[in-house]
Design a protein around this ligand. Sequence first.
Ligand code: SF4
Ligand code: SF3
Length: 543
Amino acid sequence: MNHNMFCYQCQEAAGGLGCTIKGVCGKDDTTAQLQDALVYAIKGLAATHQALRKQGKTDSIVGKLIWEGLFTTITNANFDPEDFISRIMQTVSYGEKLQKEHALPVPEFARISIKNEEDIDSLKKTGAILNEKDENLRSLKELITYGIKGIAAYAYHASHLGFEDDRILDFVEKALVATVQLQDMQKLVELTLETGKHGVMVMELLDRANTSSFGNPEPTHVSITTRNHPGILISGHDLKDLLELLEQTKDTGIDVYTHSEMLPAHYYPVFKKYPNFAGNYGNAWWKQTEEFESFRGPILFTTNCLVPPKESYKDRVYTTGPVSYPGLRHIPADVNGRKDFSSIIEHAKKCPPPLPIEHGEIIGGFAHATLTSLTETILDAVNKGLIKRFVVMAGCDGRMPSRNYYTQFAQELPSDTVILTAGCAKYRYNKLGLGDIHGIPRVLDAGQCNDSYSLVAAALHLQKTLGLKDINDLPIIYNIAWYEQKAVIVLLALLSLGVKNIRLGPTLPAFLSPAVLELLVETFGITAPTTVEEDLTTWGLAQ
Ligand code: SF4
Ligand code: SF3
């Protein structure tokens, strides 16, 4: 079959198979093909850097090109064909320069050269996912590539804060090359687990970067009401961008609100110092087309998830970093990495204050430091039979109606269960008022999707404290929601830590071929959720 495009990297892949005409996310075929071309060019650069490493040298620009380049190809980050063309040119020419300067012997696939539009067209064809005809090899290669996109996003944030680990980059380069060269199922399976291990490493690195820059998250009540000044809404995951925005707005009379995955910023001590850090506005990413209209002020996207904007508020949306969309204004970093947000601030001054859509507050800030400090209280509650089970419901949210499952599941859990969450999945149940158990909230939010690692770190601590042999012996079950590729690396990280019997939904990834899925079911017990009643019964939680 001839396709204009083929993409099956996210949970909303058309028909549960793949988007072939236009993405459900709004990505058009040209952008999809350019993303494939960029990923392929990055694989070539990875091979080039591996050759340089063999000469005992490294190049500091390569990591930046790999991390940011792959990040732009994550679902809902970048919809801008012009931006992709310039990234492809930059990646290819940097590879060529290194190859020439160091006379590097690189594999044939890494000898890419772009002189005109035809060369870009031919790279689009070479990079097309369906070029790998064997569906199982393709499945594993894409599983690894998507996991690496997740690693790239987290490594990008860590390096933004000055934290890097060359072991992660070295592995990623090798794995990217393997996705082009390797045709061995068993080796690709091993590489998938290795990818998960490096997912744990990168999340640890980012955790260190965040906590040393902004302090340890602490239990915090976050306002979801609005104030009476003009505001700027900041979305995405980049905490450094937020810090710069707060610094630049602090004496301007402009309030700053968080949106979606930026909510957990309120839990960090450093951001709390800003009186104009007003609260959180709205819900998970997919509701933005309704909620941005009533915000009435400018909105800054630092990373995914951007939904193609409506005309009614398009002129108020700004992008930065890996995010770009045709017609939206982009704030670049200067040579020192600093960003000038004055144009957004001036824009905000001309806007009316946001209209409230909700009232009250929500609580979060239960990352590993807090959870670890609560170990005794938690164990006491477990021993007294007040808490019977912890349910990890971390991950992403999405617009499919089937995700109501998660709201219903949370609602119907018995009152002696505690939900551990991270990522935007929490918006399905964090405003239900599920109460607390002797002061321990029944929804413990650790933070962003990358902070899912925090939940596992806390689980490992509990395992050690209780002297249990296996992490699966803890009274913890996993009912995880996924959407984009950062969730893929979170999943692979959990698997590499030995977590079994994860339910992954609302539907399993389209990129898992039947044989690869069977392998995951046999080895790790991964299944899709069924119905709330059936799943609660299976877990012995039906009331
Ligand atoms: Fe389709 Fe998801 Fe790919 Fe967008 S990212 S084109 S929705 S599979
Ligand atoms: Fe959400 Fe886009 Fe994944 Fe970071 S913001 S969890 S979907």
